[in-house]
Design a binder for this molecule. Structure first.
Ligand SMILES: [Zn+2]
Length: 170
């Protein structure tokens, strides 16, 4: 697995719920965790590793405790608005302010197949919303204000140019 960069079409693909948690799923989730830590990110959705399924990982504190792999995740409640700087491992070097809910309630399945309820705020809540968007083929550039989007348009063009040349941006 590798991290997939914009404008790879897998980032816009509709993802499928996982119906079985088997050894392959666990292995891929582990690989994703490594990729995310290498890239020093706090979240990575399966499509960003070229795998169009409803799974993402979030690790906002870098500790080994707590659940970090979320399968078939659903946000059930959102509260408040916060406009803060955000980045994405599929757009290295680009950050922009994005309005997200401050707090969320959600549920998901763990790698052990247990259903868990989640309440998150701050960075974790932001990461949840960002990663869930990925599972719906939505990217943070879609949520930027028109002026913020304009400000990074030359960087997006550069990504598009590199993609056509089949080179990986660094
Ligand atoms: Zn992202």
């Amino acid at each position: 697995m590798n991290i997939v960069f914009y404008p790879d079409p897998v980032l816009r693909q509709k993802t499928k719920p996982l119906t079985e948690i088997n050894r392959e799923v666990c292995k891929k989730a582990e690989e994703m965790m490594e990729l995310m830590h290498q890239a020093q990110g706090v979240g990575l959705a399966a499509p960003q590793a070229g795998w169009p399924v409803r799974l993402f990982i979030i690790d906002v504190d870098g500790t080994s405790c707590g659940e970090k792999v979320f399968i078939n995740p659903v946000i059930v409640e959102e509260q408040g608005d916060l406009n803060k700087e955000e980045g994405c491992l599929s757009f290295p070097g680009i950050t922009s302010k994005i309005i997200r809910a401050q707090r969320i309630k959600a549920h998901a399945y763990t790698l052990k197949g247990q259903k868990i309820e989640i309440e998150a705020e701050g960075l974790a809540a932001r990461a949840w919303q960002h990663e869930l968007d990925h599972l719906n083929g939505e990217l943070f550039i879609d949520k930027m204000s028109p002026s913020n989007r304009l400000a990074i348009s030359h960087q997006l063009k550069e990504f598009e140019r590199l993609y056509k040349g089949a080179k990986v941006p660094v």
